[in-house]
Design a binder for this molecule. Structure first.
Ligand SMILES: *Cc1c(COP(=O)(O)O)cnc(C)c1O
Length: 398
C-alpha cells in the first residue's frame, strides 16, 4: 500500500492500522471498475438521466466581444443536479458503494455543498447517511443543513477543535474506524489518502472528456488554454485530464483572498507560503507554519477555503505540467458581476476565480485562439455573500 498512490513526492496513504484493510478493499473495488466500459456506461446513463450530462459548452459571445481577444467558452457544470460538479463524484462513489455491498455513507462538509450532494446520492440509492460538519459551519450554513436533513441525512455538529471543516474530517474518520464493515466514507474532493485522489479525479474526468469532444465538434480545434478553480482540486483534475495528451496549457486558479501578501488567502501552489507536509492521511503542499501547524486560510468562496490540495496537482505543479495562479476576492466579485450582466449566467464564487483569471488573459490572445473555462457550479448558494457586499441584508429587510 505504501508505494501506491504516489505522485512524485506527494500522495500516499498514511492510515491508522485499523483502516488499512478497508482502504485495500476500496482500492480493489475501484481497480475493478476503473477503465471498465460497462461501469462507465452505467455511470454515464445515470448522469444523463439524473443529472444534466452531457453539460453544454457555451460560447460566451458577449464576454469575448468585450475583451476582444481569444474566444471564450464555458463548460456548464453549474447545470448539474444540486448545482455543481460535486454530483459527478458522489454519484460515481454511490455506484461503487452498491458494488461493495455497503449500506451506509458518511461525509464531511464545510460549506455544505458536498453534504447536500452526498445526502442526495444516499436518498437516490437508499443508503443511510451521516454528515459531519463543524459546529461553526452548521450555524453559518443553516439552509444546507436544513436540506440535508430533509433529504434524510443525519447532520452531526462537531464540537472539537476550532469546529470547522478539518475537525469534521477527523470526526468522519473516527466514525469510519468504528463502522467500516457497512460504511463508506464519501470524500468530497481529489485529496486524502490513496485511492481517493485518483478515484475522485476518475469520476470527474467526465468533464474533460465531454469538453474536449464538444470543442472539437464546434470549432474543429483544441483550446489554447483551459482554466479551472482549485479548492481540493477535483473540478480542475476533471477538466485537465481531458487534455493531458494535448498541446493545451492547463491553468488552475486558487483563492487569492485579500491579496497574497496579506496572509489572508488559500493559495498553496501559486504562492510561496506553502510547504510539503503530511496531514489528513496524505502528503501534499499545505499552508503551514514552521512547526507544521496548519495556518488559517481565507477566501470569499467557502469551496476554495482549504489548507491542502490534490497531490496530483502538486506533482503537476512541481513538474510544470500545469500553471497555478490566483484571483483576489475583489477580482472574483468583478468577474461574477460581469458574467451575470454579459452572459446571463450566475456563476458560483469558486468558479468566478477561473473566470477572473481567464478574462484577464483573453485580451492578450488572438481572436483565432480559444480559452475554455470550467464553470464548476452555480451561484445561487452565494446570494447572501454577494448581497452583503452590495450593502443588502436580507434578514433586516423582512
Ligand atoms: C466545492 C466546490 C469547488 C471546489 O472543489 P474542487 O474539488 O477544487 O473542485 C469549486 N466550485 C464549486 C462550485 C464547488 O461547489
Amino acid at each position: 500500500m505504501k508505494n501506491r498512490g504516489y505522485y512524485g513526492d506527494h500522495g500516499g496513504a498514511f492510515l491508522p492500522e485499523i483502516l488499512v484493510a478497508t482502504f485495500e478493499d476500496l482500492e480493489a473495488h475501484f481497480e475493478k471498475i476503473k477503465g471498465d466500459p460497462v461501469f462507465w456506461k452505467e455511470y454515464e446513463t445515470l448522469m444523463s438521466t439524473y443529472s444534466c450530462r452531457a453539460t453544454p459548452l457555451t460560447y460566451a459571445a458577449n464576454l469575448t466581444k468585450k475583451f476582444g481577444g481569444a474566444k471564450i467558452y464555458i463548460k456548464r457544470e453549474d447545470l448539474n443536479h444540486t448545482g455543481a460538479h460535486k454530483a459527478n463524484n458522489v454519484m460515481g462513489q454511490g455506484l461503487l458503494v452498491k458494488r461493495m455491498g455497503k449500506r451506509r455513507v458518511i461525509a464531511e462538509t464545510g460549506a455544505g455543498q458536498h453534504g447536500v450532494a452526498c445526502a442526495t446520492m444516499a436518498a437516490k440509492f437508499g443508503f443511510d447517511c451521516t454528515i459531519y460538519m463543524g459546529e461553526v459551519d452548521v450555524i453559518r450554513q443553516r439552509p444546507n443543513v436544513f436540506w440535508m436533513e430533509q433529504l434524510g441525512a443525519t447532520v452531526v455538529p462537531v464540537k472539537d477543535g476550532t469546529r470547522i471543516l478539518k475537525d469534521a474530517i477527523n470526526e468522519a474518520f473516527r466514525d469510519w474506524v468504528t463502522n467500516m464493515d457497512d460504511t463508506h466514507y464519501c470524500l468530497g474532493t481529489a485529496c486524502g489518502p490513496h485511492p481517493f485522489p485518483e478515484m475522485v479525479s476518475y469520476f470527474q474526468s467526465i468533464i474533460g472528456r465531454e469538453a474536449r469532444e464538444q470543442i472539437l465538434d464546434i470549432e474543429g480545434k483544441l483550446p489554447k488554454k483551459v482554466y479551472a478553480c482549485v479548492g481540493g482540486g477535483s473540478n480542475a483534475m476533471g477538466l485537465f485530464s481531458g487534455f493531458f495528451d494535448d498541446p493545451v496549457e492547463l491553468v488552475g486558479v486558487e483563492a487569492g483572498g485579500k491579496g497574497l501578501d496579506s496572509g489572508l488567502h488559500a493559495s498553496r501552489l501559486s504562492y510561496k507560503d506553502s510547504s510539503p507536509g503530511i496531514a489528513q492521511g496524505y502528503k501534499t503542499y499545505f499552508l503551514q507554519d514552521d512547526d507544521g501547524q496548519m495556518k488559517e486560510t481565507h477566501s470569499i468562496s467557502a469551496g476554495l477555503d482549504y489548507v491542502g490540495v490534490s497531490p496530483i496537482l502538486s506533482q503537476m505543479h512541481d513538474e510544470k505540467k500545469a500553471r497555478f495562479e490566483s484571483a483576489t476576492d475583489q477580482e472574483v466579485i468583478d468577474a461574477l458581476q460581469l458574467t451575470m450582466r454579459k452572459e446571463g449566467i450566475i456563476p458560483a464564487l469558486e468558479s468566478s476565480h477561473a473566470l477572473a483569471y481567464a478574462t484577464k488573459l483573453a485580451p492578450t490572445m488572438s481572436q483565432e485562439q480559444i480559452l475554455l473555462v470550467n464553470l464548476s457550479g452555480r451561484g445561487d448558494k452565494d446570494m447572501h455573500t454577494v448581497a452583503a457586499l452590495a450593502g443588502l441584508n436580507f434578514e433586516e429587510q423582512k
